[in-house]
Design a protein around this ligand. Structure first.
Ligand code: MG
Length: 367
């Protein structure tokens, strides 16, 4: 399965309304798609690291350049024995996880299509049905959020994740918990705090949260370990876990009790699998995070969410939650309330529609 051609496309997908987190407010989602073609078929991957380097040190514009000028020339015309072989070929490139990840995802999709098998089966998933949670950003006021959570509960979501940042913090959780004493809730701080905020973070123990996601700096492990010792609520690491090595160290020093796995953030499915299997061995449960990907990236996330150590509803959304239109003709839709079904078609089961892709394209290149 030789890589005969590579296409790289940078897109900007307008959101229905701005997504507000501790990193700021996004009106569009910038993403880079990669297509790898063999002589028989093609596979698609996506790395969504946003338009500015706020979630990580990458952004879509740098991802496009690194993909075009550095990664693609290393892979074009090559054959790979497996995902590990492809990762080895890229091992000289430091960081740039989302860029490397989009190629790795595309390779797994291509590989599954060549084998004529659904990706989730190739990855060793236990069932095609995956559970997804509800996720709410910062809103204008508490009553709007309370209405939104009531809606999510009515729709059957089994957990609610709330973005959390200075100014949208303890008072918000207090109001939400008073209204919903039994809802499974966790907060995502997106690295907004430091150990100076210890007293506030300890207060969160009073609200029976399922976990606190990434309270401290985006690449930290040590302070998280210090914090976890002082909290009853489990810490879940997201931004800090960029590799198997970081996951291993985080678990060894007690920096977290949950790991959020995002295939883009860790450089692809190959690394996501390694992290998942290590966490399973160490009895650290995982779930799959989201970056508001198009249907391409979301389909990869659904396939990963079928793995056995995914023990909490993942951040996977139907197209209509954030977008008027997706890149595929068939949007991502729930198979049942709060659930998705991994495609039984070969690979991820979907491909971008050329016309829709063209509509959202900022720049593209084919090698
Ligand atoms: Mg997060």
């Amino acid at each position: 399965m030789k890589i005969e051609s590579i296409k790289i496309v940078r897109v900007a997908m307008p959101l229905i309304y701005p997504f507000r987190t501790a990193y700021g407010n996004d009106e569009v989602i910038d993403s880079v798609l990669v297509r790898l073609s063999s002589d028989r078929t093609q596979g698609w991957g996506e790395g969504t690291c946003f338009g500015v380097p706020a979630y990580s040190s990458e952004c879509a514009a740098t991802q496009f350049i690194v993909s075009r000028d550095i990664i693609a020339p290393l892979l074009l015309g090559q054959e790979f024995a497996g995902g590990k072989d492809l990762q080895d070929r890229l091992s000289g490139i430091k960081g740039n996880y989302f860029a490397k990840g989009a190629f790795d995802l595309a390779w797994w999709d291509l590989y599954s299509r060549e084998k004529n098998q659904p990706l989730w089966e190739i990855l060793g998933g236990r069932s095609p049905i995956v559970e997804a949670g509800a996720d709410f950003g910062i809103m204008e006021n508490h009553s709007r959020l309370i209405d939104a959570i009531a809606g999510a509960n009515a729709q059957g979501y089994k957990r609610v994740k709330l973005k959390y940042r200075p100014g949208w913090d303890l008072e918000m959780i207090k109001a939400v918990r008073a209204e919903f004493p039994d809802t499974i809730i966790h907060v995502d701080c997106n690295s907004a705090y430091s150990l100076d905020d210890l007293e506030m973070l300890k207060e969160l123990d009073n609200y029976r949260l399922a976990m606190i996601e990434q309270p401290l700096s985006n690449d930290d492990l040590i302070d998280h370990a210090a914090l976890q010792k002082q909290l009853k609520t489990p810490i879940c690491l997201d931004e800090s876990i960029t590799s198997l090595d970081k996951a291993r160290k985080a678990i060894d020093i007690g920096a977290c009790r949950w790991v959020n796995i995002k295939p883009g953030r860790v450089g692809g499915i190959t690394n996501a699998l390694e992290i998942h299997h290590h966490c399973e061995k160490m009895q650290i449960p995982c779930w799959i995070g989201g970056m508001l990907e198009s249907a391409i990236g979301a389909s990869h996330c659904i396939a990963l969410a079928t793995l056995s150590n995914i023990k909490y509803p993942s951040d996977i959304f139907p197209t209509s939650r954030f977008y008027k239109q997706d890149l595929t003709i068939e949007p991502i839709e729930h198979s049942a309330p709060s659930q998705f079904r991994a495609s039984d078609n070969p690979g991820i089961g979907v491909m971008p529609d050329e016309e829709l892709l063209h509509k959202f394209t900022l720049e593209q290149v084919e090698l």
